[in-house]
Structure formats: structure tokens, C-alpha cells
Write a new protein. Sequence first.
Length: 324
Amino acid sequence: MGESILVTGVAGFIGFHLAQRLLADGWSVLGVDNLNDYYDPRLKLARLEELKANTDFQFEICDLANRNAIATLFASHSFPYVVHLAAQAGVAHSAVNPDAYVDSNLVGFANILEGCRHADCRHLIYASSSSVYGANQRMPLRVTDRVDEPLSLYGATKRANELMAHAYAHLFGLPATGLRFFTVYGPWGRPDMAVWLFTQAIFDDRTVKLFNDGHMRRDFTYVDDVIEAVVRLIESPPALRPPHRLFNVGNGQPVEVVELLDILEKVVGKRAKRELLPIRPIDVLETFADGAELERATGFTPHTPIENGLRSFVTWYRDYHQLT
């Protein structure tokens, strides 16, 4: 059994892929998740079934907002490394159910920081988001850019996480790295994301809603690239004072949403029904990552072409839903 690591949100999209990679690399993984119903829990359970086939994987149901539960988790196990991916996801949903974002993304993260602090964690890696850039229009987006104009509560909670982690690094010397993920997609993805929603609509003959007439650009980043970045960073805590740093994790090749749909139509082999709609207050016109800092630190930058990544997703989607 290799060195142990805690992965929160392990039944989620990125958490599942990370746990798979860590197990393949010889780590002993303890995964936690609350299995909430933000999207169909059956997908989360299916991911867990894949992971449970490995004897070096353990799973516990845990609500990160429960302070006593997190304290017990850290007291009952020894893991020098923590990758914190659990969060209430979804930009639009944060305008509908703000309490969930406060509980999970703020209270939950505070509990993780406290657990890591008292357990003398060697390195905490946590998920931030490109949403922290908000109304920032300077492209490509750099980690040194202003992030004080969030357009969603979700983005605001992720920025708060970065500030909280910096404070713990300063006050208690907790080594922490925040990763600003840019529109991650791929097999076993999230049903609330554009790639899944568009693919599902094409197969089901339903209308695809294109906000701002589809003329928004996103830095779609393939999940395997994201995992490679995380894995390269785990055993390399920041050599800074305070020991806290941030990285963009993005493909660096923004694609218009309407172009994404065009590619999906070709891969699926079927035209989509389209509804053109105005832009919403929560929508950002463009995300485009500058990954230079990540490349300098790890020698790696995401690079999977969008056509290749979408082909992999659609192949998985067909198989998972048993479609012809």
C-alpha cells in the first residue's frame, strides 16, 4: 500500500478521475463525498463502483459542513496530502440556492483547513475556478489579474477559498495550492455542463439553448489534462512565504460555444435544434487561461484538442447510456 491521500468530492467528476489515477500510481486513497442530489446520484454511485474495485480505495460518506464529522475524519486517519475538490458546483444554481454554497464552499472549506492545520498536512491542493475572474476582460487571464468583481455567488465563494487558504498559510504555515479550473469536460462528466447538455439534447431531439446566441468563448479543458496537473503538484508544496500559490489550469485555446455545438453535431452525426437567447447576468463572455505559471512549475500545460476530447466524451456517453 502506497502513501495515503484524502480526496474530497471523490464521487464527483474530477474527484473520480483523480482517484483513478492515484490508485493506478500506487497511492492509498481515502475518498469522501456527501452524495447530494444536485445531479443524479446514480452517476456518482456508478463512479464509486468503479473505484471500489481497487483494494487501496476506501470511501466514507461525509458532509464537509459538519464540523464534528470533519474533526473525526482527520483524527481517525493519517493522510499527509489532501486534495479538496468537494464543493457545491454550478454558477447558475448559486443564484437559486445560495445557502448550499455558503454551507459547502465556505463552511466546508473552513473545516477542511482546520483539519489540515491540526493534522500537520504536508500539502493541501484545493479546487478554485475560472469564475473568480468575474467581469475581468483582459485576456488571457493571469493569476495576477484582479479578481474583485465576481458575477456569481459561486465565483465569490471560490475567491473566498483562495483568501482563506492564504490566511492559513500565513498564520499556521499550511502549504496550500489553489487551482483555477477552466471548464473541465470529458468522460464521466457533469450533467449540468454544456458538453453533456448539448450531447444529450442532440441524442434526444431536444432544443439546445444558446445564450448570447452561442457567441461566448470558453477554455474547455480535458479532464485527463487537469488530473496530470494535479498529480504533478501533489508532492511539490509551495516553497514560498507564506506557502500559498495559485495556478490556472486551462487549455489556453478558447472555443465559441456555438463552435462546440458544431463539433458535437459532427461527432454524434446528427444536427441539433437551436434556440438563440440573450446573455444572462451570470454569464461571462470569455474565459481564456494563461498557463505559463503552471508550465514553469510542472513542465506541463493542458493540450488536448477539443475535437479529440469531445470524441472521447461522446464515445463514453453512448456506452454509458447504451445508445447506438
